[in-house]
Design a protein around this ligand. Structure first.
Ligand SMILES: NC(=O)c1ccc[n+]([C@@H]2O[C@H](COP(=O)([O-])OP(=O)(O)OC[C@H]3O[C@@H](n4cnc5c(N)ncnc54)[C@H](O)[C@@H]3O)[C@@H](O)[C@H]2O)c1
Length: 319
């Protein structure tokens, strides 16, 4: 299968590209490298460097690659930035998606998988939220991912695409950029490995559903390969563990993965606008329909992430 991965030089997208290459797919990446890095790309994968909002460029890439399937990971992925710059968020996450959808339909792609969000879509939830829970986004990012899903559903029906939205929990693992504003695991692990105390925003009782990036990549592969939905169909799946972990507990577990050299106490800062109190996902639908289950538990995932962060610390910067 020929697959175009947008955002494939980013954190999640590069793991998706890697998993697809392992599966024997032909993979190309479209990315503007705004938060992604060339070094994240798997060996032998072509990079088309440009913006998903640039319709001419996107059309040219589709003409050249002729993908049978698209994994759309490119996005403005920071909730905090979406609060500061809501127009930018809508521009990339709604209009950029429509540009890619139009090119996909014109150039004959059949399957379209969208990276969506569970937490930011359902809003505050203390019990695992299923896919039928009404959307209650609390940030521009959540609103735009929701709008994106609805565009995808309607677009698929109009143009005979087969569409899947994957609603991720909080994805963590190697290659997550600690310099971004998203990715608490990367930020904490990076600070602790360097012997610095990280900042916890708010009182640290906020909960999230942390899901390891390779499990998320496998969910993408399954969604790209699944026989259903048929042409014109749309299906949404949560991709989480069903386990809620609060930030203080997460901090303690990362600290123990780092070892005794980690500073004992975090610094506390004010809560951030747009941040949810609680979020956890019910992923029984994807288990039943696609056979996906998380395989890496939090402690193992944190151990692998800390090992990666350690290996990176002190490495010279590269593109
Ligand atoms: N990381 C998470 O916890 C999480 C949770 C829910 C959903 N998601 C979604 O998963 C996807 C991947 O997120 P990530 O965490 O890997 O973020 P990331 O920032 O590492 O990846 C996004 C990639 O898209 C590229 N990109 C951004 N704007 C672009 C544009 N206008 N044109 C072309 N490329 C562009 C970036 O350079 C980057 O490589 C996003 O759609 C995000 O919204 C992530």
């Amino acid at each position: 299968m020929r697959v175009l991965v947008t955002g494939g030089a980013g954190f999640v997208g590069s793991h998706v590209a890697e998993a697809l290459v392992r599966e024997g797919c032909e993979v190309a990446v479209l990315d503007d490298l705004s938060t992604g890095h060339r070094r994240n790309l798997p060996r032998g994968v072509a990079l088309y460097e440009g913006d998903v909002r640039d319709a001419r460029f996107v059309e040219l890439v589709f003409r050249e690659v002729r993908p049978e399937a698209v994994s759309h990971q490119a996005a403005q992925a920071s909730v905090a930035r979406s609060v500061r710059e809501p127009r930018l968020d809508a521009d990339v996450n709604v209009l950029g998606l429509l540009v890619v959808l139009e090119a996909a339909a014109r150039q004959g792609a059949r399957r379209f998988v969208l990276a969506s969000t569970g937490g930011a879509l359902y809003g505050d939830v203390r019990e695992p939220a299923g896919e039928d829970r009404p959307a209650r986004p609390e940030s521009p990012y959540g609103v735009d991912k929701w709008a994106g899903e609805e565009h995808l559903r309607l677009f698929a029906r109009e143009h005979g695409l087969s569409a899947v939205a994957l609603r991720y929990g909080n994805v963590y693992g190697p290659r997550q950029d600690p310099r971004g504003e998203a990715g608490v695991v990367a930020i904490f692990a990076d600070a602790l490995v360097r012997g610095r105390a990280p900042v916890i925003f708010g009182d640290g009782s906020q909960t999230r559903d942390y899901v390891y990036v390779e499990d998320v990549a496998r969910a993408n592969v399954l969604a790209l390969r699944a026989p259903a939905p048929g042409p014109g169909g749309f299906r949404a799946y949560n991709v989480g563990t069903g386990v809620a972990t609060d930030v203080r507990t997460l901090y303690a577990r990362i600290r123990s993965a780092v070892g005794p050299e980690a500073p004992p106490e975090p610094i506390h800062g004010p809560p951030r606008p747009g941040d949810l109190r609680a979020s956890v996902l019910d992923s029984r639908r994807i288990a039943a329909e696609l056979g996906w289950r998380p395989t890496v538990d939090l402690d193992e995932g944190l151990r692998r992430t800390v090992a990666w962060v350690r290996a990176q610390a002190g490495r010279p910067e590269e593109g």
